[in-house]
Structure formats: C-alpha cells, structure tokens
Ligand binder design. Sequence first.
Ligand code: ATP
Ligand code: MG
Length: 431
Amino acid sequence: MINSIRGFNDILPPETSIWQHIEKEAREIFEAYGFSEIRVPIVEKTGLFSRSIGETTDIVEKEMYTFEDRHGEAITLRPEGTAPVVRAYIEHKIYGNDPVAKFYYLGPMFRYERPQKGRFRQFHQIGAEVFGIDDPKADAETLEMLVCLFQKLGLEGITLQINSLGCKECRPLYKEKLLSFLQDKKSQLCHDCQRRFEINPLRTLDCKSPGCIEITAHAPSILDAVCDGCKTHFEKVKEYLALSQVDFSLNQKMVRGLDYYIRTTFEITALGLGSQNAVAAGGRYDGLVKSLDGPDTPGFGFAIGMERLVMLAKDRGQQLAVSNQPLVFIAILGDKAEKEAVGLIKRIRTSGIRLERDYSSKSIKSQMKRADKLGARYVLILGDDELSSCSIIIKNMQSGEQEKVALDRVEDRMKELLRKSASIKINLDIL
Ligand code: ATP
Ligand code: MG
C-alpha cells in the first residue's frame, strides 16, 4: 500500500468544513478592507526565494524543497507567499496603474522541517500584502484586519506582539552593538548561533535554546537603538493600533526568520498550541520589491498558518455554524420510478438542494437505513404508487412526520422546510 509522504496531510470531511468556513470569513473581511485575491504558482525559480528570504535563514539553508527540472533548472516549491506575490507585482507591472495594490492569497506552502504538532512539510497559509504605502497607518490597519478575522472566528487567548527591526540605515549600527555585547559570550551560544554569529547575530535574540535565552536576556534593546525615522514610524503604529482598539504587547527580542523585514514586525501567538504557538506573523518589507528588480515600492504583509488556526478552532471545542447544507436523501423503488427519478433528481439538485441517493435497487428499509447513517434531515420516497398519482412522500427524519406533495412542487416545498431548519451546527469536539 502506498501511503502519503511524511509531513504531507490529507484534510478530510467534516474537517474541510472548518477550512471552508475560515477561508470564507477571511475572504469576506479581506475584501471589505480592499484586498483582492491573487493566485501565484506553487513552484518558482529557486533564486527568487534565496535572494529575497536570505541565504542564511533557516528556510533557505535547510527547509526548501528544491529540485532540478528536466532541463537542469533549479526550481523550488514555494516555502512562503510574499516572494511570489512580489514577483508577480513586478512582472505584471501592477505598479503601473497605481503603486498601491492590496492582495490576499491562500494555498499550500512547503518546508522540509521535522514534522510535529503544528508543524508539517506541506502546510497552508492565508496571507495578505499591501504595496505602495509606507505610512504606519497601513501597518496598523492591516493588523486590525487580521485581529478582526480572529475575533470573527471567535478565537480567544490570542496575543499580538510587535517589534521594530529598524531599517537598512540603523539596523547595521544595532548589529554592531549586539555583536560587541555578545563577543565575549560567543563560545556559550548554541551551535547555530555561533555559525551565523557574524552574518546574522540578531537571530540569537529569538533563539529557543535555553543558553541563548539566558545570554540575550540583558542584550541591548533594538527599540532603543533604531533611528528617529524608525522610532516615529513605530510610535505611529502603536498610536493607530490603540485608535483601532487592537491590543498588543512589545517584544523586543522578536526578529523573525526572514531577512527582508524592516521596521514593524509582529507575531500572533495563541494559547493551547504547545511550542508551535505562532498562528500568524509578518511585517514591513520596504526594500524587497526593489531588491527583486522592481521599482522602489514599500510593502507590508502577513501570513496565517491555517493548520494551527484550525487546531485552535477544534481545541476550543466551540460550536461552529457551517454553511454545509443539510442533506436530503431520495429513496427510489421500482424500475419506473428509477427512470422518472433521473430528471427529478437533476431538478432538485440544480435548484441548490443537497441531495443523495442510492444507486442499487435496494429495499426501502435498507435505503432508509443509509439515509439515517448519512444524517439526512429529510427523505423523499418515490415508488410506483406515488408515481401513479404524480406525487412524492417527504419524511422528516427527526419527527417521523410524513407528507405527500405533487411532483412539480417538491423543490418549493423542500426549500420551505429547509429554511425553517436554518443552518446546522457541527460540534468541533467530534472531529
Ligand atoms: P515558526 O516559528 O513556527 O517556525 P515561522 O516564523 O517559520 O514560524 P512564518 O514563515 O512567519 O513562520 O509563517 C507564518 C505562519 O505560518 C506561522 O506563524 C505558522 O502559523 C505557519 N507555519 C510556518 N511554518 C509552518 C509549518 N512547517 N507547518 C505549519 N505551519 C507553519
Ligand atoms: Mg519556521
């Protein structure tokens, strides 16, 4: 038997209902904030990621799925969505109409990581990118939108942490400061932090190894070191977050694992996810479009980890109204009814009612049993008797009540009945 690849998951019904629900809410909110969906390929030239994410990042050093295609070109399964969206923004000269463009995307990402709770090799992100606005109001508003989505999904125990990473002017100065602080402690740092010491010492700040955490506890703060421009920007972000009533806390040690971020960076963490507790992250990337040979365009974006979001929804055991329609089953008896049913079933389904049937000519008893097993709300019964009077029986599976209606009134009557019983709730505990 051939199994799926380690770290690559199937998402089965009814869990797919939660995915659809989250996706629908996200689309609705993002569209309301002026974002439009963009769909970019799953595979890109390797250089796109190594140049943008940074050669010394975990993603580029050890997590990318890179292959040679049949012509020997290095291609990579996208580990994140920002670089491809930036590539598309430049390639299609989207800035030509108006430098301001707002996109959202959803889809799979691929990273060769050790699979564990909340960490997979194929995972899904919903992300958004804002191009062409360097104003801190864009940072705050995009965060407001993200937090609104979490609130609309009814998730609790969510914390927004923000930091500023400075810009290309002031970050090198902070890097020097940090290097001199760490210099005499270098030998006590973990292996990874020692290796990337000179190139990327900031990573030491959010290293999870206990030794590094202890050493960096008294490291100089980046927020004290950034230039006036970055300070003002950060102050404005905080001011506007407060105006939009978005709660946040400062985390001066958060540096993020991608090199392109400058100024505002953030992470949203949630209780109950264990050590993989980040559900969303992102920040400002003003130099990125230019570094990929586009015009000098500022940018701000985030990505939400879908699997972790779905886990949160499930862990809370909350009731989630899903848009899945209640099921109607049709039990058919006899050859004549079997043929007559074809057109009828087509009519009912194309009118938007969710209808299932049996394909073998089983007894009424076994068809009713199957309807029950599938959780059908109503069963339509069509036999030769009903046919001869151009009617059909509708049975309510909960109350057991039955009624007979004319064949040409089935859709209307079913719609009436289904409207009464509105949307169903699924209890996430059972998933
Ligand atoms: P982490 O610190 O958990 O490795 P990250 O900083 O690598 O996260 P980002 O690149 O910022 O993550 O991606 C944004 C979000 O995507 C994360 O907050 C997380 O929810 C999700 N995510 C990242 N990597 C994975 C993965 N391997 N499996 C599942 N979700 C992931
Ligand atoms: Mg990671």
